[in-house]
Ligand binder design. Structure first.
Ligand SMILES: [Zn+2]
Ligand SMILES: [Zn+2]
Length: 109
């Protein structure tokens, strides 16, 4: 709760054009408050560049298969390949593509 520095009445905080404005209804005092207005909008956006293979059968046939359960159809065989995501010092991510339904998922280490 805030009080007017001039008359001591309770003041109202309003948001005006990204600024917090303090308003007193009794004496008309108003001031811009410079605290707590800075909105932290720093959203950690992690951009992952993921290469998903095309639909051409030649590409798919060239891939090795492994035993992995498809999260979608539960088939236990999938093609797999490695993709280097983000920085080069990180381990590459393994991707799977279901032999049966074509669903693509990644392996979480
Ligand atoms: Zn006042
Ligand atoms: Zn599947």
């Amino acid at each position: 709760m805030r009080f007017c520095p001039r008359c001591g009445a309770r003041v109202i905080l309003k948001k005006k054009d990204n600024l917090l404005v303090l308003e007193c209804h009794r004496c008309g005092y108003n001031a811009v408050v410079d605290e707590g207005i800075r909105e932290v909008s720093e959203v950690a956006t992690r951009t992952e560049v993921v290469t998903v293979l095309g639909e051409r059968s030649e590409e798919i046939r060239a891939l090795p298969t492994t035993t992995a359960e498809c999260p979608k159809c539960s088939y236990d065989k999938a093609y797999w390949w490695m993709v280097q995501t983000r920085s080069a010092d990180e381990a590459p991510t393994r991707f799977f593509r279901c032999v049966k339904c074509g669903y693509v998922w990644r392996e979480y280490a």
